[in-house]
Design a protein around this ligand. Structure first.
Ligand code: FES
Length: 289
């Protein structure tokens, strides 16, 4: 795997679309690989969640969702970025989706699901004045996926248009920052590593794994062992990890290992034997031999 570099190589791609109502959308390409989209999306969802909205726009239908609080989850699992609030969540495919531990996603479908194109955009009214700013993503079949709506200087807190002459142009600073870092490569990505590739341990809490109803002692054992081992690995709980009936299930994102039937004692071994010493626990691997 190539080392992370905090600078993007600009694509120098621009294009435009003109709608039947005379609005023009100007696009500037963003590199659609994980070491660009990972930091970009992490920064937007972790640092700027209050300023952005996410949604989907098609002729005849629009969806717009806002954050009331920081997302409860922003994590990459099996290629999909998941961002979750208390009331809604989204998934966006940033790396090829294998299909869980069974790797059942056909290669053609993996390529179709993957974000293959991303662009920063400005939408101009028929008079040529910019009125909307955002980011659009497309999948491998060139189908539009979700959009991120960036702050508009012309909209007030209730999303209503401000009176003429009352625009707040400070609100364009987020668009300008993204353009400088992720389109033009003039400024540095503000992380030393790809924040979506930082290792974590996920513990399945779904009742589909009957024994996982008692997943909490496993979480506590992992957390205390990580503290003792002085390892900077996050522990999260998750929905189904597709090893049902063999829980509690633990997934280690560092090398994509699934463990089944994890007790608190096994959880400590995962930390000390696998994470610290690089020796996976053969008896609890899924799938096993
Ligand atoms: S419910 Fe635990 S892995 Fe499916």
């Amino acid at each position: 795997m190539a080392a992370f570099t905090p600078w993007i190589t600009p694509l120098h791609q621009t294009w435009q679309e003109v709608s039947l109502t005379g609005w023009t959308t100007l696009y500037e390409g963003i590199p659609a690989h994980i070491d660009c989209l990972g930091p970009l999306l992490y920064e937007l969802f972790q640092e700027h969640w209050a300023e952005i909205q996410v949604g989907h726009v098609a002729e005849g239908g629009v969806l717009e969702l806002a954050f009331k609080k920081p997302p409860a989850l922003c994590v990459l699992y099996d290629g999909y970025l998941t961002v979750a609030t208390e009331t809604w969540h989204l998934h966006l495919c940033l790396e090829e989706h294998q299909g869980g531990p069974h790797r059942k996603t056909p290669p053609e479908l993996r390529r179709k699901r993957l974000v293959s194109r991303a662009a920063l955009y400005r939408r101009l009214n028929p008079q040529g004045q910019p009125r909307m700013w955002g980011i659009q993503f497309w999948n491998g079949a060139e189908e539009p996926l979700l959009q991120i709506f960036l702050p508009s200087p012309f909209l007030g807190p209730e999303e209503d248009y401000l009176p003429e002459g009352k625009a707040d142009y400070q609100k364009l600073s987020l668009y300008e920052r993204i353009c400088a870092i992720y389109v033009q490569g003039k400024e540095r990505i503000p992380y030393e590593d790809n924040p979506l590739k930082r290792p974590y341990l996920a513990v399945c809490r779904s009742s589909r794994c009957y024994p996982s109803r008692n997943y909490q002692p496993v979480v506590e054992a992992l957390e205390s062992a990580l503290r003792e081992a002085n390892l900077d690995v996050q522990v999260i709980t998750s929905g189904c990890l597709e090893v049902c009936q063999q829980g509690p299930v633990v997934f280690y994102s560092g090398d994509c290992t699934w463990y089944k039937r994890v007790t608190p004692q096994v959880a400590r071994q995962i930390v000390f034997e696998h994470l610290l010493n690089g020796c996976p626990l053969k008896d609890h691997l899924f799938p096993g031999d």
